[in-house]
Write a protein that binds this ligand. Structure first.
Ligand code: BGC
Length: 730
């Protein structure tokens, strides 16, 4: 493992086993002292050999140099777990018996925990699984901003709020890299939709680019020392990202000091000389061309031989590849070996999944279940039994196992309660029945027979749990949803069940927002349960039975209607086929609703608990600070209920004196805490003054104007009972 552990003198081995010490000082991922050995290797390589390092030699490998004992570099997807092995020259699965992996809760689920400590542990588990399968580069985390809920890949991404993404992604990257695997943050940059993703050109102003869309990437590169960055498919201001001099060279490499390698998304490279000069280091892709015909294969070699490209450019690309290989200790006998599908990983997955679940509404106190009053439960809905580790296009994992909701509920309650299942709805698609489901339009017609059966069961049961939502075919890479509708006629199902059994709990399994306005108005009890990993069923049961007190908070807004969000209000999605203008600028997500006083269905940062918390006071240590300081506030919080539980304190900044356009409020810090029933505590929250910065286009830098700011403190973006003033001075 790559951390230095400082032991007090005399620490015995037994003590070590009993009290595993926390990491004290992280060794930098890129060892600054390694330069000379990299240069020595570089000097030994012929031009052909250097070029071999720079392009795919198989679907998920880039080339090695046998003569010098340099193996290929093994890449693996991705955000859900270590992908199954595919053929060297096609997407065909090899059908192996030893490539099962742990299915991890997806990006939005992880973000909903608002718990960076869990993100670190999650990253570590990912790193161990990657090593156990002998991988070098993990193609994750995927940290594009959720600009619109319609984007098909939102479930892989984290949030609509750059700060939340950054604070969760940095420890994730660090966790992965502790196990000698490079994390590849993707998709750099401004890849926020799947519609026309390979050609669309995003038009946005410089400030929005840096402040909103690059901000989490910057954090993972500068703080997290991410080993790799993936160049995205799209164009930004007319230029494909994989040959974007400004994004790759000026910003990523020069300004942020990125030491690692830039790899193209699969088939996202469009040139040889431009891409090489403008900052791409490794070209990966599919087999639509022979690997030798890749832009960075024979054509690159030719370009140098012809004198069209200086060999020094190739040297720098190869140097970066060697640097990453060195950082992950490729070939070293003491490289981390990892583990896969272990109990430890199941436990981590369950911990994350439990903390991710968001309790949205519990008006009749149906939750946690009162087992004295319940003899029978009707579990209804396709998502109660559906495995979400697979489906759709792209990111999938051949899960070693997956416990869907019904199975989890049966395991937790089956001894005490009779549980029956009714399908309720069936995922149906129009279009060509021979096509894969994710390509086909959704059929929204309710299935009357399945509804009748569900109604009958619900009527005869003490309680109904409807497990509704989307699925992995509805939310998929390579397509965006056409609208926010809850698919497959589920509204009719929910209405019908609620009409016969008012004791109905609605659980939404989805990775991104759906239109819940009708369902919400009729439901007393609503739970959001995500694509929540291998233990999703157990985690849901933990929350429903009260074994775990829910503490997840929404990482995005649940709007009342699509047009309440900036890109849709402004008709700025999905563009005209060529170009998309990000007209809402910096006012993304909840910032748009706040600016125009629009009520969300549920606000960003919202989530209930089985206990109640009372914010008594908030104080600030110093109310005048300089731009390089850290603001320290103390919040007195009491758990006023009867159960232990977590609460997440959220701090938003408002800008009463701003002379430029700023969001009405913007998240600048948060702190998740655990309080026992009745406990009261003064909780310190630290906020670097830099969190108040805006991107000053004229200075081409972040700047915190010397003026007065207001810090609003509470437990969601719309529940902020305290406000503190702070002065930033020169
Ligand atoms: C996706 C990437 C993924 C790559 C390799 C692309 O289609 O956009 O996220 O890592 O394929 O599977």
């Amino acid at each position: 493992m790559r951390y230095l552990i400082k032991l007090p003198l005399g620490t015995s081995m037994a003590c070590l086993l009993l009290f595993p010490l926390a990491a004290q000082a992280e060794v930098p991922f890129f060892n600054p002292a390694s330069g000379s050995s990299i240069e020595a290797t570089l000097a030994e390589l012929t031009l052909e050999e250097k070029v071999r390092l720079l392009h795919g030699s198989a679907m998920f490998y880039s080339g090695g140099v046998e003569r010098l004992g340099i193996p290929e570099l093994a890449f693996t997807d991705g955000p859900l777990g270590i992908r199954e092995e595919v053929s060297r020259d096609s997407w065909d699965a090899l059908g192996l018996e030893d490539d099962y992996a742990t299915y991890f809760p997806t990006g939005t689920a992880l973000a909903a925990t608002w718990n960076p400590d869990l993100a670190l542990i999650y990253g570590e588990a990912f790193g161990r699984e990657a090593r156990a399968r002998d991988k070098d580069i993990l193609l994750a985390p995927a940290i594009n901003l959720i600009r619109t809920p319609l984007c098909g890949r939102n479930y892989e991404y984290f949030s609509e709020e750059p700060l939340l993404i950054a604070r969760m992604a940095v420890p994730y990257v660090q966790g992965v890299q502790r196990y000698d695997v490079a994390a590849c943050v993707k998709h750099f940059a401004v890849n926020n939709q799947e519609t026309n993703r390979s050609s669309i050109s995003v038009e946005l102003d410089q400030r929005t680019l840096h402040e909103v869309y690059l901000s989490a990437f910057r954090a993972t590169v500068i703080e997290g020392e991410a080993g790799a960055v993936m160049g995205a498919y799209n164009r930004v201001r007319g230029i494909h990202v994989c040959e974007h001099d400004y994004l790759l060279n000026t910003v990523l490499k020069d300004k942020w000091g990125f030491q690692g390698l830039v790899v193209s998304d699969w088939n996202a490279t469009h040139s040889t000389i431009d891409a090489a000069r403008h900052g791409l280091d490794v070209e990966m892709g599919t087999t639509s061309r022979a690997f030798e015909d890749f832009y960075f294969a024979r054509p690159l070699l030719q370009a140098v031989r012809n004198g069209d490209l200086e060999e020094a450019v190739v040297d720098e690309m190869a140097r970066r590849v060697l640097r990453v290989r060195q950082a992950i200790r490729q070939g070293s006998p003491d490289r981390a070996v990892g583990e896969i599908n272990t109990r430890r990983h199941s436990n981590i997955v369950r911990d994350v999944a439990r903390e991710a679940i968001v309790l949205l509404k519990n008006e009749d106190q149906l939750l946690p279940l009162d087992l004295d009053t319940i003899r029978s439960i009707a579990v209804i809905g396709d998502n109660a039994t559906r495995q979400q580790s697979r489906g759709g296009f792209g990111a999938s994992v051949k899960a070693a196992y997956e416990v869907p909701p019904l199975e989890g509920l049966q395991a937790a309650l089956g001894d005490q309660v009779e549980i029956h299942f009714a399908q309720g709805y069936h995922p149906q698609y129009g279009g060509n029945p021979l096509d894969r489901a994710w390509r086909r339009p959704i059929d929204h017609r309710p299935d009357r027979e399945l509804i009748a059966e569900a109604v009958e069961l619900a009527q005869a049961s003490d309680l109904a749990i409807i497990v509704a939502g989307t699925n992995r075919d509805v939310e998929s890479e390579a397509r965006d949803r056409p609208d926010l509708r809850l698919p497959f006629g589920q509204e009719a199902l929910i209405r019908a069940v609620q009409a016969v059994n008012p004791r109905t709990i609605v659980v939404i399994v989805a990775g991104a927002a759906v239109d819940l306005s009708e369902v919400e108005a009729r439901s007393s009890t609503l739970v959001w349960a995500w694509f929540n990993g291998a233990e999703s069923g157990h985690a849901l049961a933990d929350v429903i039975t009260g074994a775990v007190n829910p503490s997840g908070k929404l990482p995005f807004t649940l709007p009342r209607r699509l047009h309440d969000l900036g890109p849709h209000a402004l008709d700025a999605f999905p563009g005209d086929g060529e170009t998309i203008h990000y007209r809402e600028g910096i006012h993304v997500g909840y910032r748009w609703l706040d600016r125009y006083g629009i009520e969300p269905l549920y606000p960003f940062g919202f989530g209930l608990s089985y206990t109640s918390f009372f914010l008594q006071a908030a104080e600030i240590e110093k109310d005048s600070v300089t731009a390089d300081a850290t603001i320290r506030i103390h919040v007195s919080l009491q758990n006023t209920g009867e159960q232990d539980g977590h609460e997440t304190l959220q701090v938003y900044a408002a800008f009463p004196e701003a002379s430029i356009d700023r969001p009405k409020r913007q998240l600048v810090g948060f702190q998740k805490v655990f309080l026992q029933a009745g406990e009261e505590r003064r909780i310190p929250v630290e906020i670097p003054v830099q969190a108040l910065a805006f991107f000053d286009e004229s200075a081409h830098a972040f700047r915190v104007p010397a003026e007065r700011y207001q810090l609003q403190i509470g437990t969601s973006s719309r529940d902020l009972p305290f406000a503190l003033d702070i002065e930033v001075r020169d």
